[in-house]
Design a protein around this ligand. Structure first.
Ligand code: AMP
Ligand code: MN
Ligand code: MN
Ligand code: MN
Length: 274
């Protein structure tokens, strides 16, 4: 079975529409697919309609930003009821935080000589809800940086122009929102937070102790060694395992939808009852 439980549409920082991405999932041979946009569920309706037409099992998802130990981590909510009030109230709060942050990012970029950053970024985004990816795309379009890698090396992170600290809700609250909506909470891409192994283990342990259900063991860029490592830690901290490409559809991205390495074992998957 081909399963991909982490993907983005243009309702956050992906390129494709929800129906386009579901069509791509079908072409890529996916049997089960989740759309997980950053802090919004706006694309889920359209994706569900497309998936039903094509006969793909569709999982409603969202990727929520959260604070752990003062650092931003991403927690996926999978199999959620997107109409749940507690979840939506939380997401609206994060969408407002994104608006405030976008204005701060734009001001900081303007102090670095990039004028009209807000307008230029909004002009290339298909959504009102701006992510740092949209600012990165603007900086590339304006010829300030060559590619996304060099943007995040010189801009948009702490102490660099456009680097703004986000006041997301704490991880335990975010886990609660997801579970209030009937979903399961999964720590996304644990190796992408620039943390030491000791710190990642502490993160997984804290999340697990606060009811988190699972961890993403396989992501689009995982090596076999990385998969084995997270798989061992998942067992150690009692977390179920999940898989997702984190596909955004950007140019020159190696990650492909539905093309993921195998899990070492499939007896403790997050989707075992779905
Ligand atoms: P935000 O949630 O608005 O802070 O934006 C985070 C998004 O920016 C992530 O989901 C990635 O899609 C993208 N991103 C962050 N760091 C990098 C990086 N080093 N290279 C490419 N994309 C990145
Ligand atoms: Mn993203
Ligand atoms: Mn993420
Ligand atoms: Mn993602």
């Amino acid at each position: 079975m081909t399963i991909d439980l982490h993907n983005h549409s243009y309702y956050s920082d992906g390129v494709l529409s929800p129906s386009e991405i579901v069509n791509l999932a079908k072409e890529s041979g996916c049997d089960m697919f989740a759309l997980t946009d950053h802090d919004t569920t706006d694309g889920l309706n359209e994706a569900k309609i497309a998936a039903d037409k094509l006969g793909i099992q569709f999982i409603s998802g969202v990727e929520i930003s959260a604070l752990w130990n003062g650092q931003t981590v991403h927690i996926l909510g999978l199999n959620i009821d997107a109409h749940n009030q507690i979840l939506q109230t939380g997401l609206i709060e994060h969408q407002n935080l994104r608006q405030i942050r976008a204005e701060k990012i734009a001001r900081s970029l303007s102090a670095a000589g990039i004028i009209g950053a807000m307008e230029k970024t909004q002009a290339i985004a298909k959504t009102k809800m701006l992510t740092r990816t949209h600012f990165a795309q603007m900086l590339i379009k304006e010829g300030v940086c060559r590619d996304i890698k060099s943007v995040f090396r010189h801009f948009l992170t702490t102490k660099k122009p456009g680097g703004v600290v986000s006041q997301w809700r704490q991880y335990d609250e975010v886990i609660a929102w997801i579970q209030e909506a009937g979903g399961v909470a999964v720590l996304a891409h644990p190796l992408r937070y620039r943390m030491t192994d000791t710190k990642i283990k502490r993160l997984m342990s804290d999340l697990s102790a606060n009811g988190c259900n699972g961890v993403e063991v396989v992501t689009g860029t995982s090596s076999i060694e990385e998969i084995n490592l997270i798989n061992i830690w998942a067992k150690e901290y009692g977390l179920l395992v999940s898989v997702g490409s984190d596909y955004h559809g950007w140019d020159r991205q190696k990650t492909q939808l539905g093309q993921l390495q195998n899990l070492p074992n499939i007896d403790n998957t997050i989707w075992r009852d779905w």
